[in-house]
Design a protein around this ligand. Sequence first.
Ligand SMILES: *[C@@H]1O[C@H](CO)[C@@H](O)[C@H](O)[C@H]1NC(C)=O
Length: 306
Amino acid sequence: MRATVLLLAALALVPPTACWGAAGHAVVGLVAQTLLPPGAARLVGELLSGSTLGDVAAWADTVKRKGPLAYTFDYHFADAHDDPPRDCNFDDARDCPTGACLVGAIANYTRQAGCTGPRLLPRAQRAQALKFIVHFLGDIAQPLHLFLRGRGGNDQKVVFDGMPMSLHAVWDTGMQRDVRAAGRPEKRIRSDFGGSKDSYAAHLVAQIRAAAWGDASAWISPFGPDDTNARGNSLAAIEWAVEANAIGCWAAWAPYDADPAQDFGAAYYRDAVRVVDHQIARAGVRLADWISRIAAACRPVPHGEL
Ligand SMILES: *[C@@H]1O[C@H](CO)[C@@H](O)[C@H](O)[C@H]1NC(C)=O
């Protein structure tokens, strides 16, 4: 009993998650894995020793709070110092001046995973960099990762299907999969896909292939993995940050301000879940393309050299 109370108290102290929940990240990875061309799939298989992008997608969240990689915490977001929903904009020079944020980290780990630097890094470091890329290309599609307001909605306490959580958590986990035991109704995956991340990912891939959101190749940035600005920030990632910030303005903040006391599992959910689908699909397509462009610059790794 006592132990249970302590455990619950400890759980309550865990800071709010700062990314799609594990399920959202895994679905981004699963979508991308399905779309990888053969050369890119080979690189992923080699670096991840047979694990898939879905398997490793949530890893970065497990190392960001303590231990030797805790310095990566700030790399999961790029906070716009704007005034949503009245005035939304992501300004790279203002919002990520030192490169120590999502758009800088994407450039950094892309360089480490790839083969265009002066020398190839050790395999373990390239593998770790790839795991960061998989995660960060998911985070940059989560609209609330692009706002300083309320620390990305972590300070907005709301109710979702009768359960208290932050606005940030509504977007991270509230909408995707049900894990009620852990207190987070990840509703999209539970109510529409029988609790299966794979089915949700397969649905999104089918939607992408059917051009449900138009031609998905339009989601690909003209900027490549090596294109950065003077701050070292990724030009493609900056485009994605600008886009997600604009989406968060009308999809996350405006309907929040219209009625902060509503139950977010009802009308808010119905509108926002369409945005969640779209953003996860976008992230998966972009991730598959990003990795294939990285792979194109790498020669195949001969056996025994890894
Ligand atoms: C870049 O990677 C290095 C080595 O892993 C790390 O020390 C540094 O903090 C990273 N910086 C960013 C902005 O990702």
